[in-house]
Design a protein around this ligand. Sequence first.
Ligand SMILES: NC(=O)c1ccc[n+]([C@@H]2O[C@H](COP(=O)([O-])OP(=O)(O)OC[C@H]3O[C@@H](n4cnc5c(N)ncnc54)[C@H](OP(=O)(O)O)[C@@H]3O)[C@@H](O)[C@H]2O)c1
Length: 318
Amino acid sequence: MRTKQLGKSDLQVSVVALGTWPMGGSTYGQVDNKESIATIQAALDAGINLIDTAPAYGDGRAETVVGNAIKGRRDQVIIATKVGVVRKPGGKWRDLTPASIRQQIEGSLRRLNVDTIDLYQIHWPDPDTPIEDSIAELVKLREEGKFRYLGVSNFDTGLMDSVTRMTELASLQPHYSLLNREIEKDILPYCVKNQIGILAYGSLGSGILAGKYNEKPVFKPGDTRHNFYRFFHEPMWSKAMRLVDVLREIASNHGKPVSHIAINWLTQQEGVTCALVGARRPSQIQENAGAGSWTLSDAELKQINRAWEHIFGGNLDA
Ligand SMILES: NC(=O)c1ccc[n+]([C@@H]2O[C@H](COP(=O)([O-])OP(=O)(O)OC[C@H]3O[C@@H](n4cnc5c(N)ncnc54)[C@H](OP(=O)(O)O)[C@@H]3O)[C@@H](O)[C@H]2O)c1
């Protein structure tokens, strides 16, 4: 498994990392906790060392599953969880007020059953709380030993500036894949320049880039994938299918699964520390982990970029 250093931290992260949104179950289709635990353990067995989770994934369900899965293996795992999205009457809300942050981290530590979190990430900005107030509380919590490194997710460069004026920022978790290259405009160069690590999410386009679908899926009501990932809708869907055909061809030349091509394109981009890949079953993560043991050639990276330019017209917002 290839590894990379996360930003300026001392964390050495496997380039393929496991995301646990699907294990929350509530908004990502049906899931079975035993299968989830087996998937996390299969990830560790396959050389993956970073598990990304959040209290928001199934209102704590995914964190509890992670806590159960890593019993006796704490030293093999970098635990990355999040703060800032909480369940309140009427749905989920952003809350980065200092008192709520303190409450949220205690909940995460309890569910994960650990003394400290390795990477604690702000999940989404909270427009109603000054970022300085949130960061001041997070710095206190880090000094108290509740977590080791601070990260953010879904932040723009201006917000990251506000954080780095106050403290060290280890990482950003943005949406980034062959189906969403928007961060290449300014966020990715900013992170490279400032040595902020990148944990890319949606790496497989929610399964599309693994070649999972031949037809547009119909999700059940309440399944967030329908809204969260816009490439399940036209005109993105047909373009995505054309791109997957190119990935299929390269995969077949190597005798490798299609998922490897999408993951390796991502992990070979300058600045990307790891590709977070969601999985629900051990077989999926065992397959995906294999991408960490080889790389695409420069010619293949160029071929993929040329195909992307042709299909999406070079539009990073496509
Ligand atoms: N910070 C944020 O705001 C944010 C937002 C989104 C995601 N994330 C994080 O990033 C992680 C990754 O994103 P994601 O899980 O949404 O999407 P993803 O990694 O692009 O896709 C995951 C889905 O792809 C399918 N899949 C995975 N491996 C496969 C394989 N080998 N063959 C066929 N299908 C395969 C599975 O679908 P099925 O389950 O249907 O089988 C799986 O649930 C999340 O789990 C979460 O940790 C963070």
